[in-house]
Design a protein around this ligand. Structure first.
Ligand SMILES: [Fe+2]
Ligand SMILES: [Fe+2]
Length: 466
């Protein structure tokens, strides 16, 4: 159980970042510093009233406070991330004895741009700051003796997702710099995801509703990997095939890094020249993958074939006669689903349910009909990540399928019967294990109409669940 809810955790990080920045311009006694510092201290002590200590810092470049992860960084988070990285600090830990004076001095010392981990540690000791501790980057082991991915089961799922995201980002950055990417971090995180997926194929599906519109390609790659793995596991494939599907899915669009940005991000339709250029991304991607170490040869083949279409009406045209295995059909189904459910400059996202209807129309031609059918079955009547209205007039997010009753999944209530947004979503089974009935789903709700960010809800709602 986390000590703060996500908005307060975010507020704390923002205040910390703001106070650090402000110290460069004002003395600590100035109201522009003192006020945010006092608020920061108040939130920090509230957090500490629930436990011995709290931590904030970076996991694989992603800011966290306790078990909250901040996937889409604000300016304050980006600034703090940069400072922590420059200083070589992975984590700051505060214990319950922390005083306002210690916090104030720490913020002042931390605010010096040139000071690094070792000097800062010495200055803190000299200044008597003993209730705040630093963990050096590279020395991160979590206090419970656990891998951080295992702090809480679902928080662990988010951590796996963000690790995958960071692995893909690094791979893309290496490609941009003309380097051959290292496949090891991606393989490591896929292995973790495979273990989760083989046990519960749907366990990671909710995370695919995390859509970061500014970094569409990265999230899209991870989402397609997650969906492909889930589909492979549902189809009864063995662990090695599911693992290769996860890797292929996550790498399927890396060739886009080689496509000029003005084409890649163009709103509206491509000209025929632009489309020809865009169509080269599977070839670019498969070539890069062939050069990467430790990847099975058919992973590059899946990437090459992911736009060929089931009836081979797709591209690259020269590859339409080549033999491919079923994995391209699986990745193509996952790719199509994630693309349809994502908001892009030129596209309003479809709800998961509408996306499945759309895909049914493509079954047998563009997509493999049998795989689409299996995918639809796997996603259920109300796929994870769907926002629904209940007959109690509450609005809820589908959180987990119910294998016993596809129409009665586990949900998180987001808006109550009076239309009030709940500060903390409430977990609710529509039908209890004893058969008791809570409510029925009456409609699917468009999250944009309710101004609800499903991704945020999915990553933010873990600690409060009973
Ligand atoms: Fe693609
Ligand atoms: Fe794609």
């Amino acid at each position: 159980m986390g000590s703060l809810d996500k908005p307060n955790a975010l507020r704390l990080i923002t205040l910390f970042s703001g106070s650090v920045k402000g110290m460069a311009f004002y003395p600590p006694s100035h109201p522009a510093i003192r006020q945010p510092l006092m608020e920061l201290y108040k939130i920090l002590t509230t957090a500490l009233s629930c436990g011995e200590q709290v931590s904030w810092g970076l996991i694989d470049g992603i800011m966290f406070f306790d078990d909250h992860l901040f996937i889409a960084p604000s300016t304050a988070i980006a600034d703090l991330t940069e400072r922590l990285t420059e200083k070589g600090i992975a984590r700051i830990t505060a214990t319950s004895s922390v005083s306002f004076g210690e916090l104030e001095l720490f913020v002042k010392l931390f605010s010096s741009r040139s000071v690094r981990f070792d000097t800062l540690s010495v200055q803190m000791a000299e200044g008597g700051v003993t209730s705040l501790k630093l963990v050096r980057h590279g020395d991160e082991t979590f206090d419970q003796g656990n891998d951080d991915a295992e702090i809480v089961p679902e928080g662990g799922h988010v951590a796996a997702y963000t690790r995958a995201l960071s692995a893909i980002k690094t791979i893309c950055r290496d490609i941009e710099r003309g380097r051959i990417p290292n496949s090891a971090p991606l393989i490591k995180v896929v292995d973790k995801m495979v273990a989760i997926t083989m046990e519960e194929p749907w366990a990671l599906l909710g995370l695919t509703m995390i859509k970061d519109y500014d970094h569409y390609t990265f999230n899209h790659c991870v989402n397609v990997g997650v969906l492909s793995m889930a589909l492979g596991a549902t189809l009864g494939l063995d662990t090695m095939s599911v693992r290769n599907l996860g890797i292929a899915g996550q790498l399927h669009d890396i060739g886009k890094v080689m496509i000029p940005k003005n084409i890649l991000n163009k709103p509206g339709k491509f000209s025929s020249d632009e489309f020809d250029e865009m169509k080269r991304h599977p070839e670019f991607g498969s070539k890069i993958i062939r050069e990467m170490e430790g990847l099975a040869p058919h992973i590059s083949s899946v990437v090459l074939g992911h736009h060929l279409h089931y009836n081979r009406s797709g591209y690259p045209e020269w590859a339409t006669q080549l033999p491919f295995n079923q994995m391209i059909d699986i990745v193509a189904v996952a790719d199509t689903y994630d693309a349809i459910t994502t908001l892009r400059v030129y596209q309003h996202p479809a709800t998961p349910k509408a996306a499945l209807d759309e895909m049914q129309k493509l079954a047998g031609t563009i997509l493999n009909g049998a795989i689409v059918e299996c995918f639809i079955k796997m996603m259920g009547d109300y796929p994870v990540g769907t926002l629904v209205r209940l007959d109690t007039n509450e609005v809820a997010l589908v959180h987990r399928p119910n294998p016993q009753d596809g129409k009665a999944p586990l949900v998180r209530i987001v808006i109550d019967g009076e239309g009030e947004r709940l500060p903390v979503p409430r977990e609710q089974a529509l039908v209890g294990s004893d058969g008791s009935h809570y409510a029925a789903i009456v409609a699917v709700v468009d999250p944009l109409l309710k101004d609800i960010d499903i991704g945020r809800l999915i990553t933010g709602g873990f600690t409060e669940a009973a």
